[in-house]
Design a protein around this ligand. Sequence first.
Ligand code: NAP
Length: 264
Amino acid sequence: MSTQDFDWHGRHVVITGGSSGIGEALATAAAARGATLTLLARGADRLAAVAEPLGATGVACDVSDRDAVTGALATAAADRGPVDVLVCSAGITLPGRFLEAEDQTFRDMIDVDYYGTLWPVRAVAPSMVARRTGSIIGVASAAALVGVYGYAAYGAAKFAVRGLFETLRTELVPHGVHVGCVYPPDVDTPMLAAENLVKPAETRAIAGSIKPISAEQVARAIMRGVEKGQAEIYADAQTRALARTVAAAPGLYRKLFDQRVRKG
Ligand SMILES: NC(=O)c1ccc[n+]([C@@H]2O[C@H](COP(=O)([O-])OP(=O)(O)OC[C@H]3O[C@@H](n4cnc5c(N)ncnc54)[C@H](OP(=O)(O)O)[C@@H]3O)[C@@H](O)[C@H]2O)c1
């Protein structure tokens, strides 16, 4: 698709994790621009409560279940046309110190945050390549740019998402498919509220006085990223600066974060 004059009207947009937080904000914004929406999440009640007022189709599905995802997206394409935009926002987190974490937490993050991103991409990429059009968006995290105390399980899964999208971009762009990855900082969503209850003090200290941004701000950045065909999508200037600085001088952030952990 031409990203210069992108028109959301009538586009089939699939959003995993569309029943809450960033996914819900994006669904609301895309619906307002006339997109045809398919939303995936596990909890059917919450999904229906979000989907119905938007005229969206909610499909209860666990994104870590490859067969369920493949089936859900095949049905969505048959019913509402081939997928034009896929945004993989479904995700979970459970911060905690590495030495105190359960093995299962590491598996859960990879299952949902990594494989739960990979399976929808695997389901839609062949048709996008065949049609030489489409946009695939992964939602990573600022914790995919730099190691953050307390995020050994989550950060590893989000670094994997980043690695997937960096590689995917090189392979799909020649076929006319846009691939972009989003790096949100703390975002005011139910996920953040839940993780704040268990976050180690050191993890909290790293965020310092930086206030979470809104899910709507991230949704606007994602829409702009699709329209402009951006490879890296930042919703705020601070995370963009973090990415640039970490790439140019990784030692600087290690020093700063280590200092905050000592004080936290
Ligand atoms: N909030 C932040 O501070 C922040 C910062 C950086 C990155 N992110 C990333 O942004 C994305 C969205 O986060 P959010 O803050 O909007 O979270 P949220 O409000 O908790 O929403 C998460 C969504 O994902 C769905 N989901 C979770 N596990 C799923 C599974 N196994 N299968 C299908 N759907 C599943 C949830 O619905 P069900 O539970 O009903 O399935 C819900 O719709 C995540 O990938 C997260 O890692 C968030």
